[in-house]
Design a protein around this ligand. Sequence first.
Ligand SMILES: [Zn+2]
Length: 302
Amino acid sequence: MKTGFRHASLAILLMSYAVPILAQDLGPGFTKVKDGIYVYAAKEGNSTCSVVLTQEGPVIIDTCQTPPDSHRLMAGVKKLTDKPVRFVIDTEVHNDHTFGHFVFSPPAVVINHEGATEGMKKGYDPKRVETLSAQSPEMREAVKGYRMITPHLEYRNKMTINLGERTFELLYLKNVHSEADTAVWLPKERVLFAASAANVRSIINLRPFVTIPDILASYRLMKSLNPEIVVPGHGPVSTTKIFDEYEGFYSLLLQRVSDMAAQGKSLEQIKKELKMPEYSDWSGQDRLGVNIDVAYKSVKQN
Ligand SMILES: [Zn+2]
């Protein structure tokens, strides 16, 4: 009886001393966002990749900038749980978010919006493994076992996943960055994974099929969720202030392009003359030209 009581109190004592895993225990580049939610990026500007733990196993959101990063995320996941990865959710189709799927799947089931498989196949570079392997011995090791894994599930407009204690709402962001962009919203935790609709103080490489009105609509949609934490596709964990900053950038860009077009200037003239000095400290200044292309198209459509 007495021994049993001692064992019980010892167990309680040990439990109270059990130290939770801190982000730094997972290695450099990990940030804890909330209990059981960690974001990883090896260095600034890299794509973010994240793990959300659930009682039913972890969910991965994007599979990192490079294959060594994917392996480091996986090593972090193994420190957090011994349960197999259930799902990989893609926020876009590009390689710097999807190339590492082979590290997690199988067993993970990969999900993105309709059009993702087609987009990934279009962007497929058969020489990429060879090119990466030539970079370093670490890279050569990390790409071993690579095969392209396109989404097993494609949803349309909206999808809800209830896994253990968590709910994941997948929301389609139309025409904002790639052929299929998904924002992932955790309503109970008020954490939003915002894809690459907005990054952090960086001019984004806009593809010809995106439109600025659609980008602005995506910010309104994501702000209406009232998230507490916003995890961008690239850049440090932030808040909805990144949407406000990009709204400011695109609105001013549209205004300037519209004014110059109204003065009869050609796209070439506008690209030569238009400056955005208010945003000169943002990275990606060489992408201003493609942003003007997209803004000009939006202006001409109106
Ligand atoms: Zn991208």
